[in-house]
Every structure is written in C-alpha cells, then in structure tokens.
Write a protein that binds this ligand. Structure first.
Ligand code: ZN
Ligand code: ZN
Length: 143
C-alpha cells in the first residue's frame, strides 16, 4: 500500500472537487499540487476535459472551460459580488446558469426581471452590472 499524501485536494479545495467528473472523483484524494491529470466537468455546458490538478488549484478565478469560458469560484461570482444585481436575476429562464456560475464582467446575455415593471428582458451581465444599466424597453424612459 502506498502511504496517503499529507494533504488531499478534498481538504483544501472542495469547490474544485465538486467540478471533478464523476469518473475522476478519486482525484479528491490526490495532493492539490500534483501534475497528474483528472477529468473535469463544466457545470454550465457539461463539457468534460482532462487537466492537471495543480493547474486547476492554482487558478484563483475558477475553472476555465474550453467551451464556455471561466466558471468562477464562489467568491468571484456574481452572487458574491453583486447581490444588488442578483435580486433581478430571472429565477427560471436562465437554466443552467445561476448567479454563482457567472461573473459581473461576463458578456453572456441572460434574462432579468425589470425591477420597475417586473417584465422579463434580456441583457448581458456586464451591461446589467453597469452603474447606469440599460432599462427594460417596456418601461417609460426616465424624465
Ligand atoms: Zn462550459
Ligand atoms: Zn420595465
């Protein structure tokens, strides 16, 4: 039997463990600095790809999905950074995207509820996070 490493990925980075593909869950018991590759799965587009564990743990921002871009760690997410904007996030039209899987600067177009007339409308996340964000077209223009 090989001795277990002192520190495992599961102990230091549970968020990354949660991104492991179901067939690669054993990597949770590897050391977080290993150059060994595991398979990761994007929670947004379900794309699966191999990448070294140490590359994943070294990235502060989060997972870099080869297909749909950066899937942020919780602390970098829209949910953590902009609760003021998240209140307008449409609860059903954005599946599988959720406020903790996107960032404030993302140019992805998503659905929002207008905070004035409550109608749903689409805007990029970046635009909605701007100080003077474009209003819903159903609302009368501000005077
Ligand atoms: Zn993806
Ligand atoms: Zn409106």
């Amino acid at each position: 039997m090989t001795p277990k490493p002192k520190i495992t990925l599961a102990e230091v980075d549970l968020e990354s463990v949660g991104r492991l593909h179901p067939n690669s869950k054993h990597a949770a018991f590897w050391t977080p600095r290993t150059g060994k590759s595991a398979h990761w799965q994007c929670p947004r587009c379900r794309h699966t790809w191999p990448e070294a564990v140490k590359t994943i743990t070294a990235r502060k921002q989060g997972l870099r999905c080869p297909r749909c871009g950066i899937v942020p760690r919780r602390t970098y997410s829209l949910a953590a950074r902009r609760p003021d904007v998240v209140v307008a996030w449409h609860p059903t039209l954005n599946t599988p995207l959720t406020p903790d899987l996107v960032r404030a600067g993302d140019t992805i177009s998503v659905w929002w509820n207008c905070t004035t007339c409550a109608r749903p409308y689409q805007r990029t996340i970046r635009l909605r996070c701007a100080r003077s964000f474009p209003r819903c077209r159903a609302c009368p223009p501000p005077r």
